[in-house]
Ligand binder design. Structure first.
Ligand SMILES: Nc1ncnc2c1ncn2[C@@H]1O[C@H](COP(=O)(O)OP(=O)(O)OP(=O)(O)O)[C@@H](O)[C@H]1O
Length: 257
């Protein structure tokens, strides 16, 4: 049970990232609409919803990989710009590895982030240790197993010391042991103060790695709230149907303007 003070502190905590009236359309097809959200610094947010609900698109918008058609994204209260994007990192479902060694993948990311000299070596060593990949440092990254690559992708992202880490279904193709290892890394990131935003279809994972949930349907936010509360007692019909494994037709994403 949270104290009154903790509850109030949480409500007034600054938002690291916010969206206001966010929309995204392609060729007249509205894929994201009317999204308002506030993600507080240090919180763990999970995004859930059916296939095609707009979860990945929302992450890509928030990370600045695609430009919104309407609305705005604020980073610490100011419009999201290039400098702000450098304070964020994103890990995808399928790790994106350069055709180089494990160490060279870390080295490249850190160089791009302007980390040089002994500090870069230190961060590379720390990242290898964090991902438990010291013995594979010289191996071509693309020959690593899926679980090893995902550990490397997360350690590489964290080596750049982001304030916020987006993760788009990072364990979807991993076995339980690899999933556990990846979840531990995400937990370490959070313990180090990184705000996390994770897309997952896995209810148990959402409970393990989330404080708050954003439930999406048809390109909109259908429901938000503390993850335990929403998963145990969803208020929206679409979230209830999805969580109960029932089919639910949600108009929205396929509507045209
Ligand atoms: N660049 C694009 N051009 C056109 N349509 C797109 C584009 N990107 C995504 N879409 C469509 O937008 C909708 C939402 O896609 P998105 O990938 O965000 O879904 P999702 O909720 O992440 O689904 P999943 O759980 O299957 O990964 C889908 O109907 C998809 O086909």
């Amino acid at each position: 049970m949270k104290t009154f003070r903790a509850d109030v502190a949480e409500k007034v905590a600054p938002s690291v990232i916010s969206a206001r009236g966010l929309g995204f359309a392609v060729e007249g097809r509205v894929l994201i609409r009317d999204v308002d959200l506030d993600i507080k610094a240090g919180r763990r947010t999970v995004i859930m919803g059916s296939n095609g609900a707009g979860k990945s698109l929302l992450l890509r918008l928030l990370h600045g990989l695609i430009a919104p058609s309407s609305g705005e994204i604020l980073w610490n209260g100011r419009p999201l710009d290039k400098a702000a994007r450098r304070r964020q990192a994103m890990v995808f479902q399928r790790p994106v590895m350069l055709r180089r060694s494990v160490l060279a993948n870390l080295d490249f990311a850190l160089r791009v982030h302007g980390v040089h000299g002994p500090a870069r070596r230190d961060r590379e060593r720390a990242a290898l240790a964090m991902a438990r990949l010291e013995d594979l440092a010289a191996s071509p990254a693309r020959t690593l197993s899926g679980g090893e690559q995902q550990r490397l992708a997360i350690a590489r992202a964290l080596a750049c010391a982001p304030d916020l880490l987006f993760l788009d279904e990072p364990t979807v193709s991993l076995d339980p042991a690899s999933t556990h290892a990846v979840e531990m890394l995400i937990g370490d990131a959070h313990a180090a103060g990184v705000t996390t935003v994770l897309v997952t279809h896995d209810r148990a994972q959402a409970l393990r790695l989330g404080d708050d949930v954003i439930f999406m349907a048809g390109g909109r936010i259908a429901e938000t709230g503390p993850v335990e509360k929403v998963l145990q007692n969803p208020q929206s019909e679409v979230a209830r149907a999805w969580l109960e494994g029932r089919l639910h037709f949600e108009p929205g994403a396929s509507e045209t303007k």
